[in-house]
Design a protein around this ligand. Sequence first.
Ligand code: SOE
Length: 368
Amino acid sequence: MTTEVIDIGVETLRTGIVGGGFMARVHAAAARRAGARLTALASSRRDRAESAARELGIARAEDDADGVFAASDIDVVHICTPNATHAAYAAAALAAGKHVVCEKPLATSAADAGPLASAAADARVVAAVPFVYRYHPMVREARARVDAGEVGTLLTVDGAYLQDWMLRPSDDDWRADAATGGPSRAFADIGSHLCDLIEFVTGDRIARLAARTRRVFDARGGREVANEDVAAVLFETTAGALGTLVVSQMAPGRKNALTLELHGTRRSLRFEQERPEELWVGGRKASRLLLRDPAHAAPAAARLQTLPAGHPMGYQDAFDGFIADVYAAIGGADPDGLPTFADGLRAAVLTDAVLAAAHDRTWIEVPA
Ligand code: SOE
């Protein structure tokens, strides 16, 4: 029997992953769904790479990250390692001519993120940061409605991102260690998602802010903690809207509760990450809860709906939508709303501003 190979004119992308934890699993699933070949994985140690590669069904384990960057059979590198390694790994992947998906924070300071954003622009490769909540269809629906003027002039923003996995002093993670996590933990890890969503949905920018941060436990799991558990931010946008943000990884009962509520002169909108099928539209006379439905969606929201109404889509679907757009961009497309290294730099600028405002106990003008 002969096997006929049909050339459908689409080259299979070859993906390499650096990192072997939870996020590597999410990236691998999304890459596979986007049709890529998962070629190799590297982790902090060879044995870890081998077990993660086995678990994720990846053909080859490399000795270290350099092995992935140097591999001639890899087109796109996904960096899913501790925060403090991101900048150097992203720079090395770009220098090797790879397309790059780098976990957030892109770097642990704006000073380190800036050159990466410039290098990515110069390298003419696709360089993306997974601000994946942009890929919930109801977030695109909210953005389309703001853009169409349904909200009116934006007056206030009420945002929160709450988790509880660092509630007890025995809860520990590399993110709590400044050497691996960086100078900000809660804000860089999850506050960055919230700010990205605010600016993405409203098209407005956080222009100035005041902030307080708090480290609740000075030690976790026997080591010193150098970054914050919680943060509160008061801000003003370029267009004059006022907003507040509460960010905590110590909010009992809250697992991944990103909530964003916008109030305008005509309508309010509310999105909750843990209820991604819904968008609340508030009005003075009547309010409505919209349920995701491709048949009644703005085009920008409809294109991300891979399942029909009533068949819930969630976190992995949002991630899959993001990676599908990254790979489409590598193929020459220009997908709307793809978060790039420029957005990673923006998150680093905002994180620096929050830390500076909290430290100096003053308002900070956020660089545009
Ligand atoms: C842990 O706080 C974490 O996995 C973040 O790192 C992700 O960015 C967020 O999507 C969920 O929570």
